[in-house]
Design a protein around this ligand. Structure first.
Ligand code: ATP
Ligand code: ZN
Length: 226
């Protein structure tokens, strides 16, 4: 049964912006992984570790529910899931072992190029499209702004042109996508990087020893990259 298996389970994004860097981090920590295409689980050949390759959105929940022991995910996705679970009275415990040096981006408010914007108050009564309704909701509440939040899982940047929203709140790294869609970044509401997280109730000695062996290697790799 799954509960008796003492192999350390690490969740990583299967394919996307965090996959290559996550894999590279594991490799530089000495994990020999056979990542055959389309496989959900990859066994590490030289350590008692299994790598689970999933959608990034599933990683916080897998760790918070104790189904995976460790996970690499963006703070934006992690914080959104935490806020959602707090509202749902669902468990949302985890420990951040390390803030990593990849996956950097910001969650920003953007408006059509020609629209005027004088701070958050300009959003009053407006409709804002986002994939991160809880992070945006928290920001609007802090700013004392009443706006309607529309949740879209994708194509957020086309929402204003499609007449679905007046503004958006979306992830930005270079700003090229915003520009291509006639939008202007006006406020940063959250700055994110990838983090390595651990489930709260991990007590197995063998697993804890393995983590204690991995952490100095991760720190070493990050120092070498500086
Ligand atoms: P999945 O199929 O796993 O759900 P996704 O399409 O939701 O993938 P990606 O676009 O691969 O996710 O982004 C994963 C994470 O990479 C983001 O949640 C964020 O933390 C980080 N990231 C870094 N730069 C950017 C960017 N410019 N746009 C979006 N995400 C970025
Ligand atoms: Zn996703």
């Amino acid at each position: 049964p799954a509960t008796e298996s003492k192999r350390l389970r690490i969740a990583m994004q299967k394919s996307g912006r965090l996959s290559v860097d996550s894999q590279a981090l594991f490799a530089s920590c000495g994990l020999k992984i056979n990542l055959r295409e389309q496989r959900l689980i990859a066994h590490v050949e030289n350590m008692d570790i299994d790598i689970l390759r999933v959608r990034d959105d599933d990683i916080p929940g897998l760790v918070m529910d104790g189904v995976c022991d460790l996970g690499i995910v963006g703070e934006n996705v992690l914080e959104e899931e935490s806020l959602q679970r707090q509202l749902d009275n669902h468990s949302f415990d985890y420990t951040v072992l390390k803030r990593l040096d990849f996956g950097g981006c910001r969650l920003s408010i953007a408006v059509p190029q020609e629209d005027e914007y004088q701070g958050a108050a300009s959003l009053e009564g407006k409709t804002i499209a986002t994939t991160y309704p809880r992070l945006l909701g928290r920001y609007l509440k802090q700013q004392g702004v009443n706006a309607r939040v529309v949740t879209l899982k994708g194509s957020v940047e086309v929402a204003p042109r499609a007449g679905l929203a007046d503004a958006i709140c979306d992830l930005v790294s270079t700003g090229a996508t915003l520009e291509a869609n006639g939008l202007r970044e006006v406020d940063v509401i959250y700055r994110s990087k990838a983090v390595l997280i651990q489930r709260k109730d991990l007590t197995d000695n063998k697993q804890l020893k393995l983590i204690n062996k991995l952490m100095p290697r991760i720190n070493g790799v990050m120092q070498a990259n500086e």
